[in-house]
Design a protein around this ligand. Structure first.
Ligand code: UGY
Ligand code: MN
Length: 248
């Protein structure tokens, strides 16, 4: 019998590990026939929001982006989306980036469709246009080797252009793969494990993690990870990019 008083989730000043066992649902206006779990947001001290949405038959996500852009990724299942006069079916591992000021409607999901979202307040950059709507998908053939290590591959899902102030990448660690160093950096991360198991080090604390777990890393949270188990570990992660690093 599992003991309900135990969890792998932790929430600390500059990082959090959120496993699904502690989820409590939120109601979000316009998002109906679904459960929404707000994994990361500003209440934690974060400057991004990450949610995980599970849709029932008849589920709908209807809204308009305001100051924040939203990145939607289909973790499981499929559904239809309409944005900017275009309607498409999105299936597992496909995504839609919705810039600020756009209406969107997701509907007709298969039962159990799961969507991951990343939200960030958009910071305009003089001389560069606000990005447009952007569709794409996970594609391992577009994931080059990371830092000369054959066991590590990263696919950048959004164009690496100055108009974008957020990146979303998919990081695959083959068996034996681990980060080549402890990263210490100003950029913030939110992430969701899509596959496998790993050990993550966050500010000198060690966490076993697996598919379905999320992590928040605040700026300067030290980070290192290695895959664990018998299959590659894969996560999708958010990173703020391309803006002046200080107000000073
Ligand atoms: O892009 C990154 O900073 C990435 N290598 N960090 C991470 O996976 N924790
Ligand atoms: Mn990093």
């Amino acid at each position: 019998m599992e003991i309900s008083a135990l969890t792998r989730s932790v929430v600390k000043r500059n990082h959090a590990v959120i496993s699904p066992d502690g989820y409590i649902n939120s109601n979000v206006p316009g998002w109906t026939n679904c459960t929404v779990n707000v994994i990361i947001n500003e209440q934690m001290g974060a400057r991004l929001c990450q949610t995980i949405i599970s849709l029932r038959a008849g589920g709908r996500l209807e809204g308009k982006t305001l100051a924040s852009q939203i990145f939607f990724y289909v973790v499981e299942g499929q559904l239809e989306v309409s944005v900017s006069g275009e309607t498409k079916t999105l299936t597992q591992n496909q995504f839609l980036y919705v810039p600020i000021g756009k209406e969107y409607l997701f509907q007709n999901p298969t039962e159990g469709t799961q969507i991951l979202t990343f939200h960030k307040v958009y910071e305009p950059l003089e001389g560069y246009a606000v990005p447009g709507v952007f569709f794409g998908e996970k594609d391992d053939s577009k994931a080059p080797i990371y830092m000369n290590d054959e066991a590590l591959r990263i696919q950048e899902l959004l164009p690496n252009e100055p108009g974008f102030d957020m990146a979303v990448n998919i990081f695959t660690y083959d068996l034996g793969g681990h980060l080549p160093m402890v990263e210490t950096h100003i950029m913030e991360h939110g992430l969701l494990y899509l596959q496998g198991q790993a050990v993550y080090m966050l500010d000198q604390e060690w966490y076993p993690v697996k598919k379905g777990d999320s992590i928040w890393m605040a700026p300067y949270c030290q980070q290192w990870a290695t895959t664990m188990g018998k299959e590659p570990s894969v996560y999708i992660y958010y990173k703020n990019v391309n803006r002046f690093p200080t107000v000073v």
